[in-house]
Design a protein around this ligand. Structure first.
Ligand code: PEP
Ligand code: MN
Length: 580
């Protein structure tokens, strides 16, 4: 195995390469460009280049070379190596630290020891050399006891120098990331695995060029996010010939052949002005920070289970979903209350305090609102989420709030206790998958025009992506009857209890569209087997920015809460204690 290395005997590149191929034959090169040429022209089987250092960042020259040298597809990346960088100060035997006037090394190494040099050799002249091991060789040749070199311990020993100080790097975590590359048509001898028996993790490195249009980079990155592909690095470099345009270097977890990456890379290729895949390679895992464990393959690649995951026969006794200390699917029923939309601080806090005192278990309120008309109030967005958080702090009530698009799942999940999928989005499959990956409990509302079968299969999407915490919510369907907003389908409540083990609750507010019907429908729903209710409540329904007609005022809700929890729920007692 001949490996092209920048530097001379004892260079960090050589130490790194030996971590993969202990018996390698080094082909020493003066600079990075010569390393690439040696592999390209077949003078070496592979080459190794430092890409970035954990203290000082990118080796920009390597990034630029990767672009230049990999564009034609002759070369590709094959392995990653992480090397702890431990630096020492060397000089000819007999030299003393006090006598040192000049310190030579590669500029990156000088940068890594800046604090130590300022403290221990404040007046010394710092001299930039082409290589760390090369500076040790030069110090040996000069034979001057006032000149020292910064290099690895093996490099100093190799050139017959005495070590004046070890571990002089400014941060003990200091490490450099190297990439090994070869001709795409060459077979490399197998390398030592980096994971010491742990999971084999691949990374893929890309260069993406995008047009100057809003969202062009974001849409490329979303191609990865949408498929749950983790990014481990993002770096930009200027495009030489056109000022203020950039190339983006992206490292992602996964091998090029993974289904998710194949799809994502196809998408990026279609979106980007240019895409270069530098290669897929075995990541260095020993002593590395591992960001994520490999995620489950998305559901459309899943093997179909013998029986749907939602099927009651999977768990004949039914399952429960927990939100904090609340349990859906058990007694007593969970009572969720709050405004349709979060409108302002006073409105949400007043409502939260009142429903908590009345005995509600959980707060609701929309921050992102699906509205029929684009001219209607669209919700307060992130500000609304912050107000809900404040209401939770004031009352102790957890809250559920709607998330409308998959991109916003991480945001809404960060704030809320439970994610609501609205009726209009019941079959937004990208959104269902994203909440499946979110790890948060989900309330899945039934679409106004969806059959029970479609509703259950929408739940299957979430379950299949690894999230078992799904609560179904019947909220009325569209029928010929126009006297009420929708028609509450109590058939469906009783039926899904037979068909699925998942808990089901009822939203009487959206079903009726009229506040006066809400108490009767609530009690009917519980009688039909619902394990909870979600009810719209507003301190002044007439002035509500959305769904005022169906919102209960505070006293009416308090009366309903008394009927739902005749003995006052444990939660209400806790709320009393909270406010005492
Ligand atoms: C809501 O809960 O305010 C809402 C918009 O509900 P649905 O999705 O059931 O219409
Ligand atoms: Mn509403």
């Amino acid at each position: 195995m001949r490996i092209a290395i920048q530097g001379t005997h004892g260079a960090f590149s050589e130490m790194a390469a030996r971590r993969r191929w202990p018996e390698l034959e080094p082909v020493f090169c003066h600079d990075f460009r010569a390393v690439v040429a040696a592999v390209h022209d077949g003078h070496a089987d592979a080459g190794i280049l430092p890409l970035e250092n954990s203290l000082i960042g990118s080796v920009t020259q390597t990034y630029d070379l990767l672009h230049e040298a990999f564009e034609d597809g002759v070369l590709h990346l094959t392995h990653e190596v992480l090397l702890p960088v431990q630096l020492a100060l060397h000089a000819v035997p007999g030299a003393t630290l006090a006598g040192i006037r000049k310190v030579m090394s590669h500029p990156v190494a000088l940068g890594q020891c800046r604090d130590w040099l300022e403290k221990h050799l404040p007046g010394a002249e710092l001299i930039t050399e082409w290589d760390t091991a090369g500076s040790a060789e030069l110090a040996a040749r000069l034979g001057d006891p006032t000149v020292a070199a910064i290099a690895s311990v093996p490099a100093g020993e190799r050139h017959g120098l005495a070590t004046l100080a070890t571990r002089i790097e400014d941060d003990a975590t200091n490490q450099t990331r190297f990439l090994v590359f070869a001709r795409a048509d060459a077979e490399l001898p197998s390398a030592r695995a980096a994971n010491g028996g742990g999971p084999l993790i691949h990374k893929t490195s890309l260069i993406i060029t995008v047009d100057h249009t809003p969202g062009s980079l974001a849409s490329c990155l979303q191609a990865f996010a949408a498929r749950g592909v983790n990014l481990t690095a993002l770096q930009s470099r200027p495009e030489r010939s056109s000022p203020w345009t950039y190339r983006f270097y992206v490292d992602i977890e996964g091998a090029r052949t993974d289904h998710r990456l194949v799809e994502a890379l196809d998408t990026v290729e279609a979106l980007a002005a240019n895409l270069i895949v530098l290669g897929s390679y075995e990541a260095w895992t020993e002593g590395a920070v591992l960001w994520s464990t490999p995620r489950p393959v998305p559901p459309h690649y899943r093997k179909k289970p013998d029986m749907p995951l939602f099927d009651r026969r999977q768990y004949p006794d039914g399952t429960t979903v927990q939100v904090g200390s609340l349990v859906f699917g058990a007694k007593p029923p969970v009572l969720i209350a709050g405004p349709c939309s979060v409108e302002d601080e006073e409105q949400i806090i007043t409502t939260a305090v009142a429903v908590a005192q009345a005995g509600a278990d959980m707060l609701r309120g929309g921050a992102f609102k699906p509205r029929t008309s684009p001219y209607d109030f669209q919700g307060l967005g992130v500000h609304g989420l912050r107000l809900l958080q404040e209401a939770r702090e004031r009352t102790g009530l957890p809250f559920v709030t709607e998330v409308m698009s998959w991109e916003e799942v991480p945001l809404v999940a960060k704030f809320s206790d439970m994610l609501q999928i609205g009726a209009r989005n019941m079959q937004n499959f990208a959104l269902l998958r994203a909440v499946g990956r979110s790890g948060k409990p989900v309330m899945l509302k039934r679409g106004a025009g969806a059959t029970v079968e479609e509703w259950l299969h929408a739940a299957e999407y979430i379950l299949a992506d690894g999230n078992p915490n799904v609560v179904l919510c019947e909220r009325g369907i569209r029928t010929f009857e126009r006297a009420t907003r929708h028609t509450l389908d109590l058939n469906a409540v009783a039926l899904v209890r037979e068909r699925t083990h998942l808990p089901v609750i009822v939203d009487p507010s959206h079903a009726a569209g009229v506040a006066s019907l809400v108490p009767a429908l609530s009690l009917g729903a519980l009688a039909a087997g619902a394990c909870g209710l979600i009810v719209e409540v507003h301190p002044d329904p007439k002035t509500a920015k959305s769904d005022g007609a169906q919102s209960l005022d505070l006293p009416t809700f308090a009366e309903l809460a008394r009927q739902v929890h005749p003995d006052r729920s444990a939660r209400a007692r806790a709320a009393e204690a909270w406010f005492a």
